[in-house]
Design a binder for this molecule. Sequence first.
Ligand SMILES: [Zn+2]
Length: 629
Amino acid sequence: MNLEDLKNKLPKTTNITKALYEGSNIVFYTKSKDFFLNGSKDIKELVAEYKKRITIRPDAAITIKAEDAKAKIEEIIPKEAEVGDIIFEPEFGRVLIFAKKPGLVIGKNGDTLREIKSKTFWGPEIRRIPTYSSDIVNKAREIVHEEAAYRKQFLNRIGEKIQLSKGSKEGWVRISALGSFREVGRSCILLQTKDSKVLLDCGVAVGSGNGGTNPFIDAPEFDLDALDAVVVSHAHLDHSGFVPYLYEYGYTGPLYTTKPTRDLMAMLTLDYIDVLQRESGKAPYTSKGIKNAIKHSITPEFGEVCDLTPDMRLTFQNAGHILGSALSHIHIGEGLHNLLYTGDLKFGPTKLLEPAYTRFSRVETLLMESTYGGPQDFIPAKKEADANLIAAITETIKRKGKAIIPAFSVGRAQEVMVVLAEYARRNPDFNFPIYLDGMIWDATAIHTTYPEFLSRNLQRQIFHYNNNPFTSDLFNEVKSQTERKKIIDEKDPSIIITTSGMITGGPIMEYLKHLSSNKKNMLIFIGYQAQGTLGSRIQKGWRDIPLANKTGGTTMIKMEVEIRTVEGFSGHSDRNQLISYVGNLQSKPDHIILNHGEASKSINLASTLHKIYKKETTVPQNLDALRLK
Ligand SMILES: [Zn+2]
């Protein structure tokens, strides 16, 4: 589509100085104050005709001086909004307003925003200041802002490329299994048509893996220089951990993901290379790769349709697994094929998130995870799980012990926090310190930055009843080794939630070293323990465990602590939930492909799904290629 032609469809009075692509959107820059303020009704028809988002931005000639605009904005916005930084991006004609209460910056029916526009002629955009300050969120935002000039040119480059040609009803669609097939870890799928090459996830294997930790990007069909886009479903390292490698080694295309995933991924990958550096002196990439990934990120909202390539359109929807986790629906060609890639999904209730979305109007191929797809994989109802966790903790506290809960920093830790905060609200006697160690605090800060991604019930609690569970006084951040030592030495009972979730390293090691010889304490497992991890061994009954000591050797520790597993906290669907997800999809797929599961589990689930739904099911191996159309 020629943008000049598009521009000419509008009256001359719109005074459009520039029309250009920004990713899959179109942007008009205008010198007409009236068109900037009231133009959205004039472009309605164009939007409907071309099915593109069109944004109207002010030409630099009409924006008032930044310092004057800043003063005006401060005057207009009510104090209660608690405005922080006000940052101008002249490249985009916009001003970023950071506030603790974004709703008050928008005003009733958007009145306050409109007033800002009409008095400054800058386009205001609001960013939430998290309840807890997080270096990671600040850093990610800083990179995106600092690189505004580059991003403008980058988004334009991507936009021009996407427009090149229209998709067609002819053609073929193919996927290559580059990781996570018949295994849990290193998710990586190459999706190809004759015009496009898109990577769905690019993760590393955590835990022992199945020989090798990186995805098979040495497969002959993978060419970094020919890659059009990378789509990341969620921030867990087995889905995002290898993405920075691509950017470190020359990829400059877009990274499509949600905003929470972008920030969580930055946090987890930084920690990942840090740990590798400390343990082995080498990591597959540096922080440069991570920074570059953020710089090239495009973050659509759930439900927003955006063009990935000339013949692929992407829509993210909630996957229910962790904050920001997304199902990727990819429409290929003009009605040629529709692929739904689930990433990790939870089709069941949790306190933190809504269950995975099902109302896709067309899906021909479903590519679904199967972590808990085995015949034995049934998890108890969430209510029961919550009660069991509370029971385990209160038992420990009654005997004056400490409850130690190893948890992933992202997801399970926050789910436990919400359960405990809610319980404490109803039972004021439950008033014991809860210590959060490892990256849990940072991850929680990111949760408070994006409350609109949380479950409806949590949002209601936060926005209407002012009950933000994450800011409960019960929670204490452990900031240093000295503080850790104090907690260990304390006589009083307490609850410690700490990383790593599978006891493969991190502060949990310190707690085990000092607290596992005491029978009064309890070690409570709430998450998946991968084969070969220390967590899995302890769960299976190992009681003499070797822990690294300061001199580089190992010290044997006798586990006297009570060990309990509370089932039902998983962010994954269990077997029934996976089966019922397929049944609940509004559009039934013709073909179901399973990944992200141990071979026997994926195969067993595939055969059950085939029996129930009479559809073709496939469980490829890594390096298989499969034609979808
Ligand atoms: Zn995950």
